[in-house]
Write a protein that binds this ligand. Structure first.
Ligand code: NAD
Length: 263
């Protein structure tokens, strides 16, 4: 049995991940963390059956992980909280699956240093959906052929999403830029804004959209669109759970979904 803890246990992704863990034969939920409902049973507050697992304060993360012999922690929270959680998980010696998005460059540097110093295994991905990882691969290939086209990225998410643009859109721009060279990234346009050698990125927010990403390559008299649409958060949760299983047999290091999928 793989002993799993979930941070952000009362969030949209946290609840779904717990549901996936509870229905898996090889996984056992041993701890849950959130900044809300601390001290309540995680099953009761999230309307599962009573689980006899109380929601712990993230401040106690190191001792809870050690006392529960947690093998791996899944973190889907917010960037500032996740950066702190990662330090605690690494200190306690558990492995990590990180889906949180919106990290700053400084946070990413610190996270990588901590994981390497503590010699744990971690998989970090701004998107755990298999299709999105193939979408990034397709973008890389398209950019190789269409590098002189105008390139724009449009992403849509539900009205509760905190960070913009999405981690998936940021990674799409990075993937393309690696192929076409360092184009400027322009986030939306207003007023006089003639198009230069750039990639435009546009975030729209509303309703319950799980996550849409479209990349447009515009040439003279034509355009190519590459699109991914997530219909359900299960695409992310299922991917995270499958990579978690794979991670347990990997040597210490930092991995991506591309490593897991052999892309
Ligand atoms: N990688 C992916 O595939 C993927 C998919 C969906 C969402 N996300 C990202 O995952 C994150 C969470 O998304 P969500 O839709 O579940 O958000 P959410 O707002 O529904 O849930 C976040 C939860 O984290 C909790 N939290 C805040 N600070 C905390 C801390 N210090 N310790 C523990 N818990 C804490 C909040 O109380 C909340 O319950 C976001 O960054 C989102 O962009 C990634």
């Amino acid at each position: 049995m793989i002993r799993v803890a979930v941070t952000g246990a009362c969030g949209k992704m946290g609840i779904l991940l717990i549901d996936n863990i509870l229905s898996a034969n090889d996984l056992e939920l041993v701890a849950a963390f959130d900044i809300v409902n601390i001290g309540d049973d995680v099953g009761d507050v999230n309307r599962f059956e009573h689980l006899d697992i109380l929601i712990s304060d993230p401040a106690d993360m190191v001792s809870v992980i050690e006392n529960t012999n947690t093998d791996v922690v899944i973190d889907f929270t917010i960037a500032a909280a996740s950066a702190e959680n990662i330090i605690k998980v690494a200190k306690a010696g558990a492995n990590l699956v990180v889906g949180t998005t919106g990290f700053t460059e400084d946070q990413i540097t610190m996270i990588h240093r901590t994981i390497k110093d503590k010699k744990i295994s971690a998989i970090i991905s701004p998107n755990f959906a298999v299709g999105v990882n193939v979408f990034w691969k397709l973008l890389e290939e398209a950019a190789g052929y269409l590098g002189d086209f105008d390139i724009e990225i449009i992403e849509a998410h539900h009205n509760q999403k905190k960070d913009a643009p999405s981690g998936t859109a940021v990674k799409a721009a990075e993937v393309i830029n690696k192929v076409v060279g360092g184009r400027d990234l322009i986030y939306g346009r207003q007023g006089l804004s003639p198009r230069g050698d750039e990639i435009g990125i546009h975030a729209i927010r509303g309703g319950d959209v799980v996550g849409d990403h479209t990349v447009l390559f515009f040439g003279d008299g034509e355009r190519v669109e590459i699109r991914h649409q997530a219909h359900s958060r299960q695409a992310f949760a299922g991917g995270a759970i499958n990579t978690l299983r794979w991670l347990m047999s990997q040597p210490p290091g930092i991995y991506s979904m591309a490593d897991f999928l052999n892309l």
